[in-house]
Structure formats: C-alpha cells, structure tokens
Design a protein around this ligand. Structure first.
Ligand code: LIP
Length: 273
C-alpha cells in the first residue's frame, strides 16, 4: 500500500470540505442555542456541546477519508493511534476557536483544521463560522481568503502598527498580560482583541491588523492560522529564535518583527504564570 502522503493540495481539499461541514454544524447549533457543557482549566475556560459535537464530526469524517491518520484535537486529544510511520499525516483541529465569542454570539469564531506531514504543517484552513470567510494555505503555495491571494502589511513603523493580541483564561496570567499591554499600547497605533487566535493570525495575514502576538496558544489554535500567516509573508516565531508555541507567538511583517519582538522581550511577554 502506498504510504506516501498526499500532496498539500490534496490534503487542503480534504481539510476544506471537512471544515465547511463542521462550520455548518457549529452555525446550526449556535442558532438552536448553546450553553456551557463543562469548564476546563478555569471557570471561564468553557466548552459547549457544539465544541464536542463538531470535533466528533471532524474525527469521524477524517476517519472515513483518511483512515489511520493521527488527529490532535482540542476536545479529544490524540483521537487516533497516530500515523503508521513518522512520515504519516497528522491532523490538528480546533473545532471552535473563539469559544467564548461563540457562546456569546459574537462574530469571531472559527473552525481551524491543519494537516501535518512528518511534523510540518503543509495545509490549513480557517473558516469563520458566522461570516463564512475562509482562509486557506499550503506550504509554498501561498495564502488565500475565499480564493483571493493574501499579502501581509508592509508597515515598517511600530508606532503606526495595529497589533492584535489575546489573553489567557487564568486570572494571574491575564494580570501579567495586562502589564505587557500597558507597556506596549503607547508604542503602537492601537491594540485589538478579537478573541480567536486562528482569526487573529488570518487577519494579520491579510493586513487587517499589522501584527499579532499572544502567550498561551495551543497547537490547535496555531497550526492552520500560522501557515496562512507565513504564506502571506509574515514572520511567525517565538522569542530569541525559538519556534512559535505556548510560550509566545509573534506574527509580524519582516520590518516590524524585530522591533515588536524586542519590545515584547523587554516587557517579559513570554513570562509570567
Ligand atoms: C482562544 C484563543 C484566543 C485566546 C483565548 C482562547 P479557544 O481559544 O483562540 O486567542 O485569547 O483566550 O484561548 O479557547 O476559544 O479555543
């Protein structure tokens, strides 16, 4: 049996079709009314029945379309036994990124689905559940919103940059993050907090914000949106040459990355609880 992974384009086609069905389910369940099904890390880190149902739908669809692939999801963790070999395909899914927005009926929530081959994200889709905006990317193939090619901001002056960020569920972390924003806000044009990392990364990819940073992202928050961002020309990394990850994600155009990175390092944006 041919164990070679499908092309990024083939994986993207699967991801887009699965994400569209998942977003339709999430949209329908929202219209029917949602409530908190459980809490996770804190009393404000909520999960709804829709989070669980949508991820289950994605797992079932991938199990049919790509039996044997590994799947890492926010609600069910490693949903399969994992790839038969290290070069296998692993899917990374956040069924509803922006869960609190979704619970409150605010517009920014998205299905985020990415495909990794041999540990590298090669295809990803982020679909806004409410607006239907669909951001896609393949490794080396560019980034698109609804089929239109994306290029990030060309801003070179940090003082003119509109910067998106987000805050964790833990109150002690949020207090530290607020101190970071206090040190940042007078050095940039302004701050925006949309409430869904995948959407933040995609908005930065198309220059609707100039840059984005956040501490505390999980793989499922970052995988698809991070590929869209890099394919649109943003540099996406952590501090001091580390990869983007839970400690910190900084996504900025090449001219802004250094000044923003250095200011965030000075403000200890990767630190705190
Ligand atoms: C959310 C992230 C967002 C962050 C929120 C939350 P969730 O993910 O996308 O960037 O600021 O605190 O973590 O919990 O909605 O999947």
């Amino acid at each position: 049996m041919d164990r070679s992974a499908p092309s990024p384009r083939e994986l993207l086609e699967i991801a887009v079709n699965v994400a569209r069905d998942a977003a339709a389910t999430a949209h329908r369940m929202r219209a029917e009314g949602v409530s908190v099904a459980a809490t996770k890390s804190t009393a404000t880190d909520v999960v709804t029945a829709a989070d669980r149902a949508v991820e289950r739908q994605v797992l079932d669809a991938l199990g049919r379309l790509r039996p044997g692939d590994a799947v890492l999801g926010e609600e069910y963790g490693e949903g399969d036994t994992g790839p038969a070999d290290p070069d296998g395909v692993r899917w990374i899914v956040d069924p509803i990124d922006g869960t609190v927005n979704y619970l409150y009926g605010l517009p920014n929530s998205a299905v985020s689905l990415a495909a990794e081959v041999a540990g590298e994200v090669v295809a990803g889709v982020v679909r806004n559940i409410n607006t239907g905006e669909e951001w896609t990317a393949t490794l080396g193939g560019g980034a698109y919103r609804d089929g239109v090619p994306l290029r990030c901001s060309t801003e070179t002056d940090l003082g003119q940059a509109l910067v998106a960020t987000g805050f964790g569920y833990d109150a002690k972390r949020r207090l530290h993050q607020a101190r970071v924003v206090t040190g940042l806000i007078a050095q940039v044009r302004d701050i925006r907090r949309f409430g869904a990392a995948a959407i933040d990364l995609c908005l930065a990819a198309e220059g609707r914000v100039d840059a984005y940073y956040e501490k505390g992202l999980n793989a499922w928050d970052l995988a698809a949106g991070g590929l869209v961002a890099t394919e649109a020309g943003l540099r996406v990394a952590g501090l001091a040459g580390r990869a983007a990850g839970p400690d910190l994600v900084v996504a900025a155009p090449p001219a802004l990355f250094g000044p923003l990175h250095d200011l965030l390092a000075e403000l200890d944006a990767a630190g705190g609880p």
